[in-house]
Design a protein around this ligand. Structure first.
Ligand code: ADP
Ligand code: MG
Ligand code: MG
Length: 883
């Protein structure tokens, strides 16, 4: 087996398509080498070795050692350096890289191959002893941390002490001799902490590092990240071993990161940061404030030293060329890592850049307009749930802003909450129902869980490409980074700015679009749905086959649904309309009535209210289809339950409290979900359905007149078991329609259909379709009844099923294709067999879930219906499913 693939010098054994085998980093290093771009030579140990490692008690395939040696030979041949050689030593980096990018999750080791002999060779050969000892002390620290488990702070304390003693601030102020002394202290520290001297044999170092990368696949950070991002454990990581290039060789050396377009706004401009005379992660770690790559991308407030464009113009020109090559080649915005060694540019990483939803839209629309991708590709590239970020509020431009501090606009959108200063506190506060803003000096991978539960993130150090910024953008959370005027004292739980002190629990607002930190809870506004959003949604609508409707009952919901592009209402739940204070009295009178006459009288009082509700909906929807479901919940939900409420209601209604209590007891159920609800109400008390039908039909006539658009209401009967119960209710509805036609002299056009939400209804769908004109699959109840799981009680045990991989996902979030899905397919087939043109839709939570929407497309439903805020997501997901 080939366990190792090499790259470098204009060619590679791998390529971008081998991502599964080589990991993202390795595949793209190979691709860049194939493109003739400047990539330091190296080799990739494949993910199959990782799989083998874990399948065989953490051991390697036997051929691996020889293949790694051959890989080293390859690097040596290209660089002309020799691993472990005292005069001309080859140094390498050992880098992890899995299939999906896992930023900051796995640890990279730089400068491997240094020891007491080779460091002298490096000093001599480079003519720069300072650089050589700087590299050595960095290596000891990284290696000891990652492989030997000696904490970073051990070394940082030593470094700080050395700087204090010398009276300097920057690492760069330390001389070669200082660093040599530091190396000695570091080695002593390692001996003390581990009981062993720091390993001097480069081959031991290499195998130690490779082993550490593979073990880090199972470290807590990596496991958390995989869980949060649905990355399977089985993928494994690859290891990249690559010749070192040095950004810390002096003033014409540098290290940096860049995006080919702005990852926050999507603006088509090279965007990035770098540090002169620095190595590796220095930029990201927020050790010094980085400098911008271009003059134009200088962020307001970043007055640090000049841009790469000014400082190293030739390198800049070359970098622009390389960025363009890569963007055209990958046809997407690239996230690049590079190093400049004495004026020569080296590329160390390229990948499709993470971006905010706003930037994703702009980049996709721009790339399509530039002709790099097609419109369909643009549609396919947007992650539907990410649109959610754009549908939520930003700070009201008219609101007064009491600015506490300004940092960098690292991830857009506004968020507010109580200040917390650690991830642990964030989790505790959120568990107690609070909303929090996590304020940290700088975040690290250990903070992922805290960031996840926070509304937004605020840091006092680090740039636009710092850990906090990158992770927040990925999570779609607002973030302000590098607000340097703020002082955070985690121990005392305070945030100080020019003499003012904010404590944990104080409310602040952050504006990730401007970088402002504001006092209190500032007013927010709804977003604009124009520009790139509208363009991309238009392209999506052009390829979409299924209709998208909304579940809406209030005028506000209906208006939001229209704004978000809903093509009708797929589910209007009438019970919500009954809870209104002005009506609940009549509802209760109806429930307490002793006979039909009493019920009809109370229902008569409800009629004008219901009619007005429907008129409002029909008018807003202007002729678009509106599906109205007859009353569904058990009646006892409308009765008071506590003694206190009963006393109040009985006084207000003038009914005997005993009677109230007796009726409540009579209606109470052991299992309301399977109780006296749905069409069972209409079967027991047909007058309820009759009143609702009358309200619907009278409203249809009225709204048709006021809007000039004909209204075709769809009356939906819930929870039918078969044709007989459906027909019973339908007969009442049709009778009312006839009556209304006679009374008004108007002709009504309407449909009566049913919600298919019981397994029996799926089985009897052929018979039901003989008289039902449409089906809407109510997959919430269908999931409950098919799986025998009460959704409200599922929390305690369902998690065990998903954790133990007994169910692929929560069946209430994504439709259970194999079970519930199969029932839906039966219903579709049997219904269509009898009534080929029957209108088929889905309502409930699944209608807004992209994976479930894909299923609906596959089985050929006519439309999905979901909550108004999910309508854009559903439109996009339906388009992607149709592509
Ligand atoms: P991550 O996956 O966390 O980004 P990387 O493997 O990309 O880790 O390494 C982090 C940084 O280390 C790189 O961005 C680069 O600056 C530096 N680095 C890695 N390999 C080399 C190398 N061969 N020469 C110089 N710097 C390197
Ligand atoms: Mg990193
Ligand atoms: Mg990297």
């Amino acid at each position: 087996t080939k366990w190792v693939l090499t790259f470098g010098d204009g060619r590679a054994e791998g390529r971008a398509e081998l991502r599964e085998l080589l990991g993202g980093k390795g595949a793209n290093l190979a691709e860049m080498a194939n493109l003739g771009l400047p990539v330091p030579p190296g080799f990739t140990v494949t993910t199959e070795v990782c799989t083998h490692y874990y399948a065989n008690g953490r051991s390697y395939p036997t051929e691996l050692q020889a293949q790694v040696d051959a890989g080293l030979d390859h690097i040596q041949a290209i660089t002309g350096r020799v691993f472990g050689d005292a005069v001309n030593p080859l140094l390498v980096s050992v880098r992890s890289g899995s299939r999906a990018s896992m930023p900051g999750m796995m640890d990279t080791i730089l400068n491997l191959g240094l020891n007491d002999q080779t460091v002298a060779g490096l000093a001599e050969g480079s003519g720069n002893p300072r650089f050589a000892y700087d590299s050595y002390r960095r290596f000891i620290q990284m290696y000891s941390n990652v492989v030997l488990g000696v904490g970073h702070h051990s070394f940082e304390d030593i470094l700080e002490t050395a700087k204090e003693k010398k009276g300097v601030v920057e690492d760069t102020d330390l001389t070669a001799d200082d660093l040599l002394a530091l190396v000695a202290s570091y080695k002593a520290k390692v001996l003390k902490e581990t009981g062993e001297p720091f390993p001097q044999d480069p081959r031991d170092q290499l195998w130690g590092a490779i082993g550490a990368v593979f073990s880090s696949w199972m470290n807590a950070r990596a496991i958390t990240y995989r869980r949060l991002n649905d990355i399977p454990e089985s993928w494994g990581t690859a290891v990249n071993v690559q010749a070192m290039v040095f950004g810390n060789m002096g003033d014409t050396s540098a290290t940096g990161v860049a995006f080919t377009r702005n990852p926050s706004t999507g603006e088509n401009r090279l965007y990035g940061e770098f540090l002169v005379n620095a190595q590796g992660e220095d930029v990201v770690a927020g050790i010094r404030t980085p400098q911008p790559i271009t003059e134009a991308s200088r962020i307001e407030g970043n007055v640090a030293a000049p841009s790469l464009e000014k400082r190293l113009p030739e390198v800049f020109t070359e970098f622009v060329r390389v960025s363009n090559v890569l963007e055209k080649h990958y046809r997407d915005m690239q996230d690049l890592e590079f190093t400049v060694e004495r004026g020569k540019l080296w590329m160390l990483q390229a990948r499709n850049g993470k971006r905010t939803a706003k930037a994703a839209l702009k980049i996709a629309v721009d790339l399509a307009s530039e002709g790099l991708i097609t419109r369909d590709e643009a549609v396919a590239r947007i992650d539907p749930p990410s649109l959610d970020q754009l549908l939520h509020p930003t700070i009201d431009p008219k609101a007064e802003r009491k600015v506490i501090a300004t940092g960098l606009p690292a991830s857009p959108g506004a968020a507010q909450g109580e200040l917390v200063f650690s991830s642990e506190d964030a989790e505790v506060a959120v568990a107690a129902g609070k909303k929090v803003i996590l304020a940290r000096t700088e975040t690290s991978p250990e903070d992922i869980h805290g960031m996840h539960v926070s509304e937004g993130i605020l840091t006092t150090r680090g740039g636009m490409t710092s850990h906090a910024a990158v992770v927040a953008r990925g999570m779609g959370k607002p973030c302000v980074s590098g607000a340097g005027m703020l002082r955070i004292d985690e121990k005392s739980g305070t945030l100080t700015v020019t003499g003012r002190v904010f404590k944990a629990g104080d409310v602040v607002t952050i504006d990730g679009s401007t970088g402002q930190v504001l006092e209190g809870a500032v007013a927010m506004v709804q977003p604009e749905l124009s520009g790139d959003f509208a363009t991309l949604m238009r392209w999506a609508d052009e390829v979409r086959r299924m209709g998208v409707r909304a579940n809406a009952e209030t005028p506000d919901d209906a208006r939001a649904a229209r704004r978000f592009g809903a093509e009708g209402i797929g589910l209007s739940r009438t019970e919500h309309m009954f809870f209104d204070e002005s009506r609940i009295v009549s509802v209760r009178e109806m429930i307490l009535a002793d006979d039909e006459a009493g019920r009809r009288k109370a229902l008569g009082q409800l009629l004008p209210f219901q009619r007005a509700d429907f008129v409002a909906l029909f008018e807003i929807m202007k002729g678009l289809p509106v599906t109205i479901r007859l009353l569904d919940p058990p009646l006892h939900e409308f009765l008071p339950h506590t003694e206190k409420d009963m006393a109040e209601v009985s006084a207000a209604m003038g009914v005997d409290v005993e009677k109230l209590r007796a009726r409540a007891a009579e209606l109470s159920e052991f299992n309301p979900m399977l109780g006296f609800r749905g069409c069972r109400l209409a079967i027991a008390y047909p007058e309820i359905a009759e009143m609702q039908a009358r309200a619907i039909f009278e409203a249809a006539i009225e709204a048709a007149k006021s809007t000039g658009a004909p209204v075709t209401p769809e009356v939906m009967v819930p929870l039918v078991m078969g044709r007989p119960d459906f027909d019973f209710v339908k007969a009442r509805i049709d009778a009312v329609a006839k009556l209304v036609e006679e009374e008004t002299g108007e002709k009504l056009v309407y449909q009566v259909g049913t919600m298919i939400e019981l397994p029996r209804a799926c089985l009897k769908a052929d018979e039901i379709a003989e008289t039902a004109e449409f089906f809407s699959f109510g997959t919430n109840d269908l999931t409950q009844t098919a799986l025998g799981i009460s959704r409200d009680d599922a929390a305690t045990f369902l998690k065990h099923y998903t954790d133990k991989h007994l169910l692929p996902s929560d069946p209430f979030v994504t439709i259970d294709r194999e079970g519930v899905g199969e029932l839906v397919v039966l219903g579709v087939e049997r219904g269509r067999a009898v009534r080929p043109k029957i209108k088929l839709g889905i309502c409930g939570e699944h209608g807004g879930d992209p994976a479930s929407i894909a299923f609906c497309e596959e089985i050929g439903l006519d439309y999905v219906s979901c909550s108004p805020y999910r309508v854009p997501i559903a439109r996009l997901a339906a388009a992607q499913a149709a592509l």
